[in-house]
Design a protein around this ligand. Structure first.
Ligand code: BES
Ligand code: ZN
Length: 857
């Protein structure tokens, strides 16, 4: 049994009045607060959260009486206990606490972020509280279920702007060049959603049709990059008010771009903070991919204003309710705001398939998971909570139908508004709205780890479907039997079933059957050899000038073509299919034109290129990969066509980059020429092509190219551009260059978030594996010091998963055995499992792949 970390339910906060005064030069702050509480029982002690704060004085007032408190700290528990001389009777009371702390540089709690203003380096003070870091800014009852009202006042230098959850109500003079800014009371809410930000800002604003004021704030000089976010936010709020049937309850919604930021964005009620790249879009220099990402991030955080802020998970075990739902809603909203983007196809590409990858590992976890210590909570902000969560919701939405689904949601939000809920509350709401059994069907999807592999075989009367848990490393288990809604399509007709047994016979006519039509359920499919052949043929026929009326074609939508190749690869990886059978499928996609399908194939080619790196199959494989891409590369070419869709632009960068990375000389030379023109000042590069060009130049370049790219990096002011260049700078082959990049990323010059990026990029570059691992071990102490226990910590180890040698897996285990680190256990297990799985795939099937590659050359 885990040790309980929950606070006593005998002391409940009702309302906080907090005054904070940051010192933006000394990087400290002082604060005072009054917390109105209710004592359910007489107490002599009160324990609340406090971390890295010095409590200067504390007392409790009841009626006219005031009792001073003695303070003791439990550092490991991140709590402070206030002890009183005599027992305090039950009923109302007010805690008065004054305290002091540091504005840290760890991007958590109350921290500082650096920016330039009028040629000077300045610092802003900013908060990031989720999951458990409000306790680093003020002593509080820092649990999601301890909701209260927050009255915030900030004492700040006169020339700065202060932003918090609600609107400013009063600004008063204060001594020493300071002013006091008071904010309207917040709604009843959880402590992790409180925010305050103090610095120099520019902003733009607009009102929604109903009159909610929406503002986008950024550091000076970046205002021209905020228009897209403003438009997008206004539209999303209008959409959600309609969709959820509940008004956004605050008069203002601020979006703030923060230069140093650990996550991508944070949904603080009324004051959403963003990493710059997740909210700023430059009209001239931003890529299509980034613009779409910004829209999705905004839609995500705004969905949280209802799902998460208005109704909050009871405890972190139900984190997925927040994150899975917000992830699902991103797509619902963006499909409404930008219908031309076909964003649901991206869902299948980005979320559904990410869920299948992580959740295919033995060391995954169930969506609902017991968590206690803060470091365990950080580790579950992962693809299971986000992508699997979103995928099972989409599966349920499809099963219940749009109307019942939405009614269920509205019912849930209304019933629990300003309160907390857990997973069963959501199922209950859907049951009420639909009259169907939801809790039973959904149980194993959220309570058990993993998901099913459904195998299909032909029988005399149709087909038989069998389920077992899918494991990426080929392990077997039939313990869990999921309830799987499945559509099976063939020749334009679709049959729907609920597979809730180990096996079921389905009465359908044989012939190019696509199981799990539209990839709506969270499963992989293993087809009979015969059916896979029929599907392959149907795919290959596409674009061959065959009549549109060809039934096998009309049933294979983008998502279906995508699913077939995604699963074939996974089945080869897990040993259910021989690798040569998977490779044989690829040429059938020669006439494919969908971005998501090519995106998937390119990712697979990239992974295999990584798997075969340094072996004798490497070259034949690269040649094969280029041949798979040949037609589409030629067709799409470098030049944007007038009026082309966003999909085309995305497709272009994905296939050109893949082909170039596999050694396509033509593409590489084109990239080098374009780069030369840019460097000599003769041409500017179109933003969608910059990543491709920079990376290919780096992959094939040396010192000279490095210097050029570094110069561009230093000159760039747009963070998105800096990110592109950073990735390229970590794509060189020369270990000395890569080492230099890591040194740079660990220096004072780089931002904290960039440190992780460099490790990530260098480690996933096969030439950088040893450099990255050595650097990580050498600087482990510094990483723990700066990132330990934080949101980014475990991500330092995740890129190890692309390694292929068992020896490296052992080294990792040995190292962390000698350097035990809280909050890393799951990541170590996941990464080493993936490494071993890679190694065994290579050993198992390399010969087969080799024979196939030889046979076609
Ligand atoms: N609530 C999270 C922010 C967060 C993440 C806080 C991890 C603490 C730890 C926010 O809503 C979020 O999910 N942000 C994502 C971006 C989103 C669009 C998927 C992120 O930061 O990656
Ligand atoms: Zn979120």
């Amino acid at each position: 049994m885990k040790k309980s970390v929950r606070l006593s339910k005998d002391v409940l906060p009702v309302r906080y009045a907090i005054t904070l005064k940051p010192d933006l030069e000394a990087f400290t702050f002082s604060g005072e607060e009054q917390i109105r509480i209710i004592l359910k029982k007489p107490v002599k002690k009160i324990t609340l959260h406090s971390a890295e704060l010095e409590i200067l004085s504390a007392e409790l007032a009841t009626g006219k009486k005031s009792s001073p408190a003695k303070v003791s700290y439990a550092d490991k528990d991140e709590t402070a206990t206030l002890s009183f001389e005599s027992e305090i009777p039950k009923g109302k009371a007010t805690l008065r606490i004054s305290f002091a702390g540091i504005l840290n540089d760890k991007m958590r709690g109350f921290y500082r972020s650096r920016y330039e203003h009028n040629g000077k380096t300045e610092h802003m003070a900013v908060t990031q509280f989720e999951s458990t870091d409000a306790r680093r800014a003020f002593p509080c009852f820092d649990e999601p279920a301890q909701k209260a009202i927050f009255d915030v006042s900030l004492i700040i230098p006169k020339d700065r702007t202060a932003i918090s959850n609600t609107v400013e109500t009063e600004v008063a003079e204060h001594e020493g060049g300071y002013k006091v800014v008071k904010f309207a009371p917040s709604p009843q809410m959880s402590s992790y959603l409180v925010a305050f930000i103090i610095g120099h800002f520019e902003h733009i604003e607009k009102k929604t049709k109903r009159g909610v004021l929406v503002r986008v704030f950024c550091t000076p000089g970046k205002k021209h990059q905020s228009a897209f976010a403003l438009e997008c936010a206004v539209k999303c709020i209008e959409f959600y008010e309609k969709y959820f049937g509940i008004r956004y309850p605050l008069p203002v919604m601020d979006l703030i771009a923060i230069p140093d930021f650990a996550a991508g964005a944070m949904e603080n009620w009324g004051a959403v903070t963003y990493r710059e790249t997740a909210v700023l879009v430059d009209p001239v220099h931003s890529s299509t991919a980034n613009k779409q990402r910004v829209a999705l991030v905004i839609a995500h955080e705004l969905a949280h204003q209802w799902f998460g802020n208005l109704v909050t998970m009871e405890w972190w075990t139900h984190l997925w309710l927040n994150e899975g739902f917000a992830t699902y809603m991103e797509y619902v909203a963006i499909d409404d705001v930008f219908p031309q983007w076909n964003i649901w196809n991206h869902f299948v590409y980005a979320e559904h398939s990410r869920a299948l990858s992580l959740d295919g590992l033995a060391n995954t976890h169930a969506i609902e998971i017991d968590v206690g210590h803060p470091s365990e909570i950080s580790e579950i902000f992962d693809a299971v909570s986000y992508s699997k969560g979103a995928s099972v919701i989409r599966m349920l939405a499809g099963h219940l139908g749009e109307k019942a689904f939405r009614a269920g949601l509205q019912h849930y939000l209304k019933k629990h508004e300003y309160g907390n809920a857990s997973t069963v509350d959501l199922w209950n709401a859907f049951e009420k709205a639909s009259g169907r059994r939801v809790a039973v069907m959904m149980r194993d999807w959220t309570r058990e780890p993993g998901y099913p592999l459904v195998s299909m075989t032909e029988t005399p009367h149709g087909i038989q479907l069998t389920q077992q848990r899918y494991f990426g490393n080929g392990a077997k288990s039939t313990k869990t039997i999921w309830s799987i809604p499945l559509s099976i399509s063939s020749g334009g007709t679709t049959k729907k079933i609920l597979l809730d047994n180990k096996k079921a016979g389905v009465d359908v006519k044989a012939g190019a059957l696509k199981v799990n039509r539209g990839e709506t359920s969270l499963v992989r499919i293993r087809y009979s050899a015969q059916n896979l052949q029929l599907l392959t043929r149907a795919i290959a026929k596409m674009g061959d000038g065959l009549p549109e009326a060809d039934p096998s074609r009309s049933t294979l939508a983008e998502a279906d073509r995508f699913g077939i190749v995604r699963d074939a690869y996974a089945l080869a990886e897990s040993g259910h299919l021989h690798t040569d059978e998977y490779l044989r499928l690829l040429p059938a996609y020669k006439n494919e034109d969908a971005f998501i399908v090519w995106g998937q194939i390119c990712e697979q080619l990239h992974r295999l290129n990584n798997l075969y790196f340094g072996t004798d199959v490497a070259e034949p494989f690269r040649k094969f990969g280029r041949s798979v891409l040949q037609i589409i590369v030629k067709e799409i070419a470098w030049k944007k066509r007038k009026g082309e869709s966003e999909e085309q632009a995305l497709l272009r960068s994905v296939v050109l980059f893949a082909s170039g990375s596999l050694g396509d000389i033509r593409v590489i030379q084109d990239a080098q020429e374009m780069f030369a023109k840019v460097m000599s000042g003769h041409a500017a590069l179109e933003p969608d092509l910059r990543g491709v060009v920079y990376n290919l130049v780096a992959q094939n370049g040396g010192k000279k190219e490095f210097d050029s790219l570094m110069m561009l990096y230093k000159k760039a002011t747009l963070e998105e551009e800096k990110d592109r260049l950073m990735r390229a700078l970590c794509s060189f082959k020369d270990p000395a260059i890569l080492q230099g990049m890591l040194d740079f990323a660990f220096s004072k010059e780089a931002r904290g978030q960039d440190t992780l990026k460099a490790v990530n990029f260098v480690w996933s570059n096969p030439y950088g594996r040893n450099v990255a691992w050595k650097h990580l071990t050498k600087h482990w102490g510094a990483i723990v010091e700066r990132f330990g226990g934080g949101h980014l910590f475990s991500r330092f180890l995740l890129p190890a998963a692309s390694e292929v040698s068992v020896k490296r897996a052992q080294e990792i285990e040995k190292f962390f055995h000698a350097h035990p680190s809280d909050g890393l256990a799951r990541t170590i297990a996941l990464a080493t499992e993936q490494i071993r799985s890679n190694a065994s795939w290579l050993a198992r099937d390399k010969k087969k792949a080799q024979a196939f590659l030889k046979s076609i050359s």
